[in-house]
Design a protein around this ligand. Structure first.
Ligand SMILES: [Zn+2]
Length: 115
């Protein structure tokens, strides 16, 4: 089963979950709204514009597949819509940088990248 977030990346869009009742965005995937408790949550396409919140240099890749990429830079970026998502970034990315989502094919999947 694929996930709406993963499907979005493959389609070239960052998606986040939103409450249909009160419009609050949701951190990660939830079953009920963090603000009002409604279970009427749906997925929305983000603009892809974001601000870098945290930066990590990864020198030891977690999986065999990612070893080919290492060392690489990961950022936690705050989408203009509010949610924070993890993505790859160019070396030298800094906290506070304004970035835009792009998508890179990696094996059978698509990775989110911020430039
Ligand atoms: Zn709500």
């Amino acid at each position: 089963m694929t996930h709406p977030y993963t499907e979005g990346l493959a389609a070239g869009v960052v998606r986040y979950q939103c409450c249909a009742a009160c419009d609050a965005w949701q951190p990660l995937t939830r079953l009920a709204c963090r603000a009002c408790g409604s279970t009427d949550l749906h997925w929305r396409d983000a603009s892809g514009r974001a601000t870098v919140f945290a930066v990590t240099e990864v020198s030891r890749a977690p999986t065999e597949a990612f070893r080919a990429l290492a060392p690489y830079t990961l950022v936690l970026a705050t989408l203009d819509e509010g949610p924070r998502v993890m993505g790859h970034a160019a070396p030298g990315a800094r906290i506070g940088d304004r970035v835009r989502a792009s998508f890179m094919a990696f094996g059978d999947s698509t990775l989110l990248r911020f430039d």
